[in-house]
Design a protein around this ligand. Structure first.
Ligand code: PGA
Length: 244
């Protein structure tokens, strides 16, 4: 269960969140718990979670090791904060910042080289779904992002299916729609890396996940977890999703 805080919270708000959140998930050992705050909150988040099973991740990185890239963060820098994960290819990064399958692929390879585990996001826009292009989009994005990975590298990746029309809109995909998309993605993984890799691959659903819809989603065997935006900002709400 992963939380994507997007551009919310300061370091002191981060510390306050974890004070409340930690006791609520202290006994939740059935899943990995990952929170991805803004870069400036990573130190506070890692410190607050030291000695717990809560893991911290970034929301982005740049693929170069270092250099003249104003405003960017390298994989090594992210790793040095104590972060273990990184979200790559989120639709907001694709649509507002021009990221593509190719740039995601470079970022995934660089993240893996530094020992970070990527959460690779893919998902169709509403007009693509309406034009019956969902499977085609998912296949293209999936294969584009994971191109050139070895099976060993692929085993470190988590894929998040996030239909763009469901993100931040309150319009959650039905469990059946999400499961169909997950099957399509798993099928691509099977073609690329074989049956065992496909079975082992964790695919998260993201897009308006809330405490009151998580159970229905998780009842689908295809859905392995959730990537949660808005509902991860509040401790009680994210804890009730973790403890669905
Ligand atoms: P949401 O965001 O839960 O607020 O819809 C999900 C995401 O963008 O990862």
């Amino acid at each position: 269960m992963a939380g994507n805080w997007k551009m919310y919270k300061t370091p002191s708000e981060t510390a306050a969140f974890f004070e409340k959140f930690k006791p609520l998930v202290a006994n939740s050992s059935h899943c990995d718990i990952v929170i991805c705050p803004p870069f400036v909150d990573l130190a506070a988040a890692v410190e607050a979670c030291s000695g717990t099973h809560i893991q911290i991740g970034g929301q982005n990185l740049f693929w170069a090791k270092e250099g003249a890239y104003t405003g960017e963060i390298s994989p090594e820098m992210l790793r040095a904060t104590g972060s273990k994960w990184v979200i790559i290819g989120h639709s907001e990064r694709r649509h507002y910042f021009g990221e593509t399958d190719e740039s995601s692929n470079k970022k995934i390879l660089a993240a893996l080289e530094s020992g970070l585990r990527p959460i690779y996001c893919i998902g169709e826009r509403v007009h693509e779904r309406e034009a019956a292009k969902t499977h085609h989009i998912l296949e293209t994005q999936c294969m584009g992002g994971i191109a050139a990975l070895t099976p060993e590298q692929f085993s470190q990746i988590v894929i998040a299916y996030e239909p763009v029309w469901a993100i931040g809109t309150g319009k959650v995909a039905t469990p059946e729609i999400a499961a169909d998309a997950h099957r399509c993605i798993r099928n691509q993984v099977r073609k690329a890396f074989g049956v065992d890799a496909a079975a082992a691959c964790r695919i998260l659903y993201g897009g308006s996940v809330k405490p009151d819809n998580i159970r229905g989603l998780m009842a689908q065997p295809e859905i392995d977890g959730a990537l949660v935006g808005g509902a991860s900002l509040e401790a009680v709400s994210f804890a009730s999703i973790v403890n669905f």
